[in-house]
Design a protein around this ligand. Structure first.
Ligand code: NAD
Length: 437
């Protein structure tokens, strides 16, 4: 099939490359000319395992193309995915101006039947507004003749394992309101041989917000359990293991720690709370989820202070900056908040992250970026695990301890065994792992 993906970011680029790999002809279009110029030179704008190879292969085999000429891309394709960003506004609503702009460009360049698919995460009823925007912007002479459908096809891929998630999804959700749209999307996804949930557009839009909100709720729930564990002297990791083996609950997303971040959960929760309120429902449960998550970030700073007494002039090593492992994405990463709070109290920060230091240098002035975890620990009064990259799980602890001024390990992701850390001579501070004085 001929497909255009408008918006060539984490979602658009992965989606485009994967659809091309399945044998389709795909144009990835973006209004960021610099990004398109880099992609044409095979320079990836993001780090995502396996992506560079996938893109290169499909460009070479002439199935994947890049352009900043969105009008031409619209004209050439029957199926157009909208994968632009939907960042949060100050009032919590999703900023949908990118989606509206794309809908206008599609309307002005429509030259036959088109299926316009929302891939971006959008609030319920966006599908209606996309269709309305296209209808009112189609140039007059074409107005009566032009036929199009709008569909919702929310994306569930996780950064860091996006290609695998795209190629082996748990399910595909498509919200459609015509037989033609249903048939086209079912045909497109047929090679993935997975369960396709077909709904109306509004239900599909809500499935995405409800799924992200539920996952965030699991994280805040286990963080609340971690607090009780600390009050009574229990271990939240063992509690999560015991709960998670119940198939009705599941172990995933039951890891207590600094809390969630990233470009999706915080903004999608805000948007869901806001759209619910607009429609007359006060989503108090999600407000509490958000509050618990905010508390976790401040609490880790308090734990560091409790361990070091005075923060001013103390040297703190930060392990991990990206919002989660295997990505260089720093959007709403807890590390930024934590580092800024520590700096505001006079701490000196040394940091190491395997992938995101290039981006971090632009937003975290005053931080010394190091070549590895050991360099970040050199002379440190405390080492803080912020992102659970695999390479931090198996460090040479005697070497680490030797290079630090004080052997204090604040494990914001509970990746270490408290007993083993104590044996290595560290003062260990985890989250929800026994009584805290
Ligand atoms: P991103 O910021 O990485 O990419 C968005 C791209 O859209 C950018 O390259 C930008 O230049 C381009 N763009 C913006 N306005 C445009 C316009 N008018 N015309 C053409 N291009 C335009 O964002 P992302 O992380 O890929 O997310 C995209 C959407 O997918 C968001 O709604 C997000 O919530 C959703 N989503 C993201 C993830 C994820 O893990 N990142 C997962 C599922 C869903």
């Amino acid at each position: 099939m001929n497909i255009t993906i408008i918006g060539t970011g984490y979602v658009g680029l992965v989606t485009g490359a994967c659809f091309a790999d399945l044998g389709n002809t795909v144009i990835c279009a973006d209004n960021n000319k610099g990004k398109i110029a880099s992609l044409k030179k095979m320079v990836m704008p993001i780090y995502e395992p396996g992506l560079a190879e996938l893109v290169k292969r499909n460009v070479k085999e002439k199935r994947l193309f890049f352009t900043s000429d969105i009008k031409e891309a619209v004209k050439k394709s029957k199926i157009i995915f909208i994968a632009v960003g939907t960042p949060p506004l100050d009032n919590g609503e999703a900023d949908l101006t990118g989606v509206e702009n794309v809908a206008k460009v599609i309307a002005k360049n429509i030259n036959g039947y088109k299926l316009i698919v929302e891939k971006s995460t959008v609030p319920v009823e966006t599908g209606f507004w996309v269709a309305h925007t296209i209808k009112v912007n189609v140039p007059h002479p074409k107005k009566e003749k032009i036929k199009f459908d709008v569909a919702s096809n929310p994306e569930f891929l996780r950064e860091g394992q996006a290609i695998n998630d795209f190629m082996h999804p748990d399910r595909i959700v498509i919200g459609v309101e015509s037989q033609a749209a249903k048939e086209l999307l079912c045909e497109l996804y047929k090679p993935l041989k997975t369960h396709i949930v077909v709904t109306d557009i509004k239900s599909a839009e809500i499935i995405k917000h409800a799924s992200n909100s539920f996952l965030a709720t699991k994280i805040s729930f286990i963080n609340a359990i971690a607090r009780i564990c600390e009050l009574v002297g229990a271990d939240v990791v063992k509690v999560a293991d015991g709960m998670g083996l119940d198939k009705r609950i599941g172990r995933a997303f039951l890891d207590a720690g600094i809390g969630y971040g990233g470009s999706c959960f915080p903004k999608d929760l805000d948007a869901f709370i806001t759209i619910a309120k607009k429609n007359g429902y006060d989503f108090e449960l999600l407000k509490m989820v958000r509050e618990i998550n905010e508390f976790q970030k401040g609490d880790i700073v308090k734990r560091i202070k409790d361990a070091l007494w005075i923060i001013k002039d103390k040297q703190i090593g930060i392990l991990g900056l990206s919002f989660k492992p295997n990505t260089d994405d720093l959007r709403s990463a807890p590390s930024i908040d934590i580092i800024k709070r520590l700096q505001s109290e006079g701490a000196k920060i040394k940091a190491y992250d395997p992938q995101s230091m290039g981006k971090a240098k632009e937003i975290l002035p005053g931080v010394t970026f190091c070549k590895d975890a050991y360099a970040a620990a050199q002379g440190a009064d405390c080492q803080v695990v912020v992102t659970e990259w695999n390479e931090f799980k198996e460090l040479d602890f005697p070497r680490l301890k030797k290079s630090m001024r004080q052997a204090v390990m604040v494990d914001g992701r509970n990746i270490y065994d408290p007993e083993i850390m104590k044996k290595h001579g560290f003062r260990y501070v985890g989250i929800g792992r026994g009584k805290v004085k």
